[in-house]
Design a protein. Sequence first.
Lengths: 286, 176
Amino acid sequence: MIPWVLLAQAVHEPGAHEGAEKAVEGAAEHHEGIAEILMHHVVNEHYGDLYLFGLNVGPSKHLLWFAIAAALVLVVVRLAIRSYRNHVPSGLGTAVETLVVYVRDEIAEKNIGHDGRKYVPLLLSFFFFILVAALLGLTPFSSTATGNLSVTLGLAFVSFLAMQWAGISKYGFVHHFQNMIPPGLPLWLLPIMIPVELLAMFTRPFALMIRLFANMLAGHMVIASLLLLIPLMASINFAFGVGMVPISLVLALFIMMLEILVAFIQAYIFTLLTSIFIGMNAHPAH
Amino acid sequence: MVSLLPAALAAGGFTDLELGLTLWTVVLFAIFAFVLTKLGWKPLLAMIEEREKGIHDAVGSAQKANEEAQRLLAQHQELIREAGRQREEIVKRALADAETVKTDLIAQARAESDRMVQKAKEQIEREKKLAIQELRSSVADLAVEAASKIVQSSLTPEAQKKLVHDFIDNLPQARG
């Protein structure tokens, strides 16, 4: 995940061991280099350009890791299914089943109701994709596709479609939008309520998009920053850099552990909120 | 240090939207979710549900079997109680029967003995009467004979007979 080659270059860049006057200048130079490394780490990188309707759909780093995460989920789920003997799972299947049953009973069933069953596959796809993408992003030389705003926009859009579909498939197109206005509302409030509800309709997936993106990005930024403190300190004084190594490693390791937790939490939150919003549209008269 | 963030943002930051990637995301995720549903979630959920149904059924049938056993146990206990009641009744009836038989037999025996005593008394009476009759006639004859011997000479046969008859008539009457 960290471009170690660049990190090494940053450490060995000339100017690090020179005089105190030059060290300040060197440090200033380093800041540019470190910022680039940081950005390189989290920002998408295009391998080629291909334009479709004016959109660049060429292969890129995050697209590649998106596909890898999706493929990994498929493999994991197929392996889980293969571990079933006489309807009882073992090993990986047990872990997958625990999460599947949790999503089905605690997320879908509780927030959508009994007709939540038909949204379970979609919610499971969200949950496992976000989880695997985040965990995959923690492995070396990889990248987190869900740490890209364009990717989370796509996921939130799918979630948005599911929310609207929940209302439209149950009540019809017109009735679904009428449901957004609470019953018994005074007529003079309509000019306020309609824009508010329309806004709410879009802020929900918007919040999903920002939350997932920010969480995925933040952990990587913090880990990268902690590790980049080493060359930064080394650019002031070599001994500082050496002294920084254990501190940075311990803190980075701690954040890494936290990121594993965050991976589960974000997968859970995204799935939970999607199911809550689906439930709100499927049962509007609360 | 201050230059870090603005520089980062200026460098083509992470908040830039690439709608091409968004399009990819929507399309790929749709395909991913579809394929995963067909190949993954449907069979997986089916297996889980089947197992849950199996457990549910097993628990249900165990409960049913338990209820059946309880019912049978109650039935058997009732049968045993019923058998006990019947036994008691039978014993009671037998005792009562025996009691009646006993009293009957005793009464019968008493009646029989009474009857036999009565018969014996009657027979004794009859024998007594017969004996008295016999005795009377023997006594008459003897008296006649004795008297005839005594008064053979002095009495005529008529006077003699009259005497005898008077004598007999004056004999005390036989009892009964």
